[in-house]
Design a protein around this ligand. Structure first.
Ligand SMILES: [Mg+2]
Length: 437
């Protein structure tokens, strides 16, 4: 190899390992102070007054049953075909985003440009070889989607019940063995927070208390992205009841990540997904087949902001959800790349886009925690586009373990369809296919 090229390669490889090391120190222990403030961004006249009805619970987070009247519980009627297509688009969107994001995980934008700058379009096969990326096969998704699948499997096995204890047990087993049927020998990619809580003896029997203890022990400042990355399935589950979606997202988040900002992030993403499934006229123009994304963000924020305690955090949450300039997120900043609001910002930025490849590639080229950012972005944008046809053909066909994933999704869809028909029956409007379930 030509000597200057050899020296440059060593330089860039060293940079990646440096970023990875910094990330594991900061990612899951991402100690971004809770008082961090950001310039506030107003969207659609959203008023803080609408958030005034809330109370504190014993964890210091805020919850409320109060929600905008148009979000109150009423089960919308949708075709099973359309629902199943949207479920698949959301889940495949997450896994595809995760897999293509691995190309640049932990890289700075400079390193991204060095490796991928000359490529017009990115494919899984372009993944550079290094000690980090070589741990996954070409086209494979990483721990972000593994954890989302664990929640999906838990919902399926528990016949629709949301159980933090069952999820914790599955997470622990996964950390020991990965998905054995896919040839894993161990769960790869664990962040520091998740690793630490899994090593506590009481974790499997009491995950929420364990997560809370670790959060307090660390000075109540850790707010990494390990919960928001897996939450998309909780926006699908019981999508017809937004209050329940918010509660489910917060409860599963607390099973590993107790910081209010983590909970708000998980609730925001899950609620936005559930609103897109509802397709109510306030959020979806049936004729134009177009979502009102600003309205979705306004309503997702109104529920998510109830989970953050400090007033200074609300403008920060809103700023990240409203972001329209991807560069302003500074996703490759080595000290904050694992911060939950960064991932949230990436996801909601993608929700404002329309073309899957263009949006996800832009995020990939920003570097940082790219697989995690693209997992959330892929789920939100996949849900919005609502069809697998939106994915680049190669990203869909070359996704590793796609047939196994299809089986997992189908098992969940059976439970989902049954619960949806039950919910319609409960309000006296039987679904034409209800007798099948
Ligand atoms: Mg990651």
């Amino acid at each position: 190899m030509y000597l200057p090229t050899y020296i440059l390669n060593i330089y860039f490889s060293t940079q990646i390992y440096y970023f990875e090391l910094k990330f594991h120190i900061c990612r899951m222990g991402c100690g971004v102070p809770i008082s961090r403030s950001r310039a506030s961004t107003e969207i659609d006249g959203l008023s803080e007054l609408s958030l005034s009805s809330k109370h504190k619970n014993d964890s210091g987070t805020r919850t409320s049953e109060v929600q905008p009247s148009h979000l109150r519980h009423e089960v919308p009627r949708r075709s099973m075909e359309g629902l199943e297509e949207q479920i698949k688009a959301t889940i495949y969107g997450q896994c595809i985003g995760d897999a293509i994001g691995l190309l640049t995980e932990f890289m700075s934008k400079t390193v991204v440009r060095k490796h991928y700058g000359k490529l017009r379009e990115l494919e899984f096969s372009h993944k550079v070889s290094d000690g980090h990326r070589d741990r996954w096969d070409v086209g494979d998704w990483t721990d972000d989607s593994d954890h989302m699948i664990l929640i999906m499997q838990s919902l399926t096995d528990m016949r629709g019940k949301v159980s933090p204890v069952d999820f914790a047990k599955k997470l622990y087993d996964w950390s020991q063995k990965g998905f054995v049927e896919l040839g894993d020998r161990v769960g790869m990619g664990l962040g520091r927070t998740t690793h630490e809580i899994l090593s506590q003896r009481k974790y499997v029997s009491n995950p929420q208390e364990t997560a809370k203890d670790i959060w307090i022990k660390r000075g109540r400042t850790d707010a990494p992205n390990g919960a928001v990355m897996r939450t998309s399935i909780l926006g699908i589950h019981e999508w017809w009841d937004v209050a329940k979606v918010a509660k489910n997202a917060a409860v599963i988040c607390q099973a590993s990540h107790y910081d209010p900002r983590c909970q708000a992030s998980a609730v925001a993403v899950s609620v936005a997904i559930s609103i897109m499934f509802q397709k109510k006229k306030q959020h979806y123009d049936d004729k134009a087949r177009r979502y009102d994304v600003k309205r979705i963000i306004t309503d997702a924020y109104s529920l998510a902001s109830k989970y953050v305690d400090e007033e200074t955090v609300k403008p920060e949450l809103l700023w990240y959800m409203s972001c329209t300039d991807i560069r302003s997120l500074k996703l490759d900043d080595e000290d904050t790349m694992g911060y939950t609001f960064k991932c949230l910002g990436a996801g909601f930025w993608a929700l404002k886009q329309n073309d899957f490849r263009t949006a996800i590639e832009q995020l990939v080229r920003e570097g940082g925690d790219a697989d995690t950012n693209c997992a959330v972005a892929g789920a939100l944008l996949g849900c919005k586009i609502s069809t697998r046809k939106a994915f680049p053909e190669t990203w869909f066909s070359d996704l590793a373990n796609r047939m196994w994933l299809r089986e997992q999704i189908q098992r969940y869809i059976d439970i989902h369809n049954r619960m949806y028909c039950d919910a319609l029956n409960d309000q006296g409007s039987r679904h034409p296919l209800g007798s099948q379930y």
